[in-house]
Design a binder for this molecule. Structure first.
Ligand SMILES: *Cc1c(COP(=O)(O)O)cnc(C)c1O
Length: 337
């Protein structure tokens, strides 16, 4: 048996999704004429209580466009030190937006208004102008940890009072909503920009949607073009996204249950020194021996996963990991030496 726990990006379209893709009505999206793309953008915007959406090839692109829209060169943004926008987007904040980054020491990737406030620069020519805060929900490096909307509110209020924009990297926002029970529709009130990924847990092959007000999305469309992201008959991909939203949101709780089962099994393994509490579909755990040695042993048994640091391993659950594969993984974990 093989099990791929490296990432929730590795999923393949289901037969139903492929069918939806094959039958999509498409047009040239650069002309605004792809009705399936338009439908996806409107659908996601309405879902989150935002005015407009922009379908992009990746979460990196939606985040980078948002940062560009919400800052000017020489500004500074504030984010947790584990933030994807800072760590895993190739230095794009500096390259695309000529903006510096002030990093916070959050707890499992999550920050509070109290952490942000002292890092907002005073209006003084020595300091870069602080113009943007970026949150990540769920937090990837935090092991799928979540903010509730109650926790986000004071941050949004601070940003409003201090004239800062607030962007959400929602690569796994539906995992967060599944865990917290918060409503997507309430998110629009608190954020200036939201990046929603369709190709992680939701299982679409490609794509993220950036949400914001109409003016911002107009500017975002211009920036997407500059980045080479003006695409044509993208409706085939948008159709997969629509299908994913209609069919793959409710089942995320299954991935979360699988993650919990794995974390319980890991906690009982003598070669595991600690397991982070599981909230969503990510399991992070520390190993007594070098993580790479464990990764190799698991690979010999057909289980693929990744070391995220010398003694830390990440498992990510997704719709292509079935109950029998979870069982097989758990029984294999018990045999690791
Ligand atoms: C995967 C991910 C992204 C970027 O997504 P891509 O589509 O791979 O560019 C952004 N933020 C977080 C938290 C992610 O996990």
């Amino acid at each position: 048996m093989t099990v791929d726990l490296r990432s929730d990006t590795i999923t393949r379209p289901t037969p139903g999704m492929l069918q939806a893709m094959f039958s999509a009505k498409v047009g040239d999206d650069v002309f605004g004429e792809d009705e399936t793309v338009n439908q996806l953008e409107e659908k996601v915007a309405a879902l989150f209580g935002m005015e407009a959406g922009l379908f992009c090839p990746s979460g990196t692109m939606t985040n980078q466009i948002a940062i560009k829209c919400f800052t000017q060169p020489m500004d500074e943004l504030i984010a947790d030190q584990t933030a994807h926008v800072y760590r895993y987007e190739g230095g794009g904040i500096a390259f695309n937006s000529a903006v510096s980054t002030r990093l916070l020491n959050g707890y499992r990737g999550l920050v509070t208004a109290d952490m942000i406030e002292p890092e907002i620069n005073a209006d003084n020519i020595h300091y870069p102008r602080t113009s943007l805060v970026v949150l990540e929900n769920t937090s990837n490096r935090g092991g799928g940890s979540c903010y509730t909307l109650e926790q986000i509110k004071p941050i949004a209020e601070l940003c409003q009072t201090r004239g800062l924009k607030l962007h959400l990297d929602g690569a796994r926002i539906f995992n967060a909503l599944t865990h917290t029970g918060d409503l997507a529709a309430d998110y629009g009130k608190y954020f200036d920009g939201i990046s929603v990924c369709l190709s992680k847990g939701l299982g679409a092959p490609v794509g993220s949607v950036l949400l914001a007000d109409k003016e911002t999305i107009k500017q975002a469309r211009r920036i997407r073009k500059v980045l080479g992201g003006g695409w044509r008959q993208a409706g085939f991909l948008a159709a997969a996204g629509i299908y994913a939203l209609d069919h793959h949101v409710d089942r995320l709780k299954i991935d979360h249950a699988h993650a919990r089962l794995m974390s319980e099994a890991l906690a009982a393994c003598p070669w595991v020194s600690s397991v982070m509490p599981v909230e969503t579909n990510i399991v992070l755990f520390d190993t007594v021996q070098p993580a790479e040695r464990v990764v190799e042993q698991l690979a010999e048994n057909g289980i693929q996963c990744m070391a995220t640091s010398p003694n830390r391993i990440r498992f990510v659950l997704h719709l292509d990991v079935h109950p029998d594969q979870v069982e097989y993984t758990i029984s294999t974990l018990k045999q690791i030496k």
